[in-house]
Design a protein around this ligand. Sequence first.
Ligand code: DGL
Length: 268
Amino acid sequence: MQEKPTNPIGVFDSGIGGLTVVRALMERLPFENIVYFGDTARVPYGVKSVETIAHYARQITEFLLQQQVKLLIIACNTMAAVAYQVVDDLSAVKVLDVIDAGAREAAAGTRVKSVAVIGTPATINSNAYARAIHRYDPEIRIFSQACALFVPLVEEGWLDHTVTRLTAEEYLKPVLCHSIDTLVLGCTHYPLLKPLLQEVAGPDIRLVDSAEAMAEQTAAVLQERDLENREGAVPEYRFYVTDVPLRFQSIGERFLGRSLSNVRVVQW
Ligand code: DGL
């Protein structure tokens, strides 16, 4: 497959949460064409088995490769945690994932060499963040916490709600009692909870938003491979989903931070 600078970047997620990554990419790389795939019919993945997640990841990868993408980004932490190899084995183009991007930034930023990671049960059980952080620095101590309730709370739009605050306090208690200075938001949905999580964690703890880290890494990789789109034309954004659920538009726009158009439904 020929990788051309004008070809789109393929980004995928279990649902619309990965739009936080698309948003960061649009801001960082405003001339890049983007094709997004969100498996809205089968979300959430974070509570499913490794076999099922890998099977879904394979289907999505095949779909995006048919769209002639020049780079594939696994925006879903859960898929990155348990199915990165499946995707990479299938792909003829370079594959980037949010876990590596977040891990690299956490490892570089911690002064006390103690980091907390929060994510879905599948991500945390896989230990993928700990492995990725240790690839950069094996001395870092890692404290992990699965936060299964955050995804539905964000989808409900309860970004600054008492219930979400109490839930966050409860989830973060066991990791905040260690002297950490970095908290990795290891799930597509968590960047939307950033202000609330920062308040609960306190001002001395730095939050690592894997969406932003991903955009930085993408920019570097495109430059390295001479694949930046230098045409300077208005970019094309295409969004594929497997279902259009209730409140899709409003939730999607919240994730994207702008209006969501050009949405197509894929029937499998
Ligand atoms: N996209 C998932 C992640 O980043 C969260 C939603 C899900 O559980 O599918 O882990």
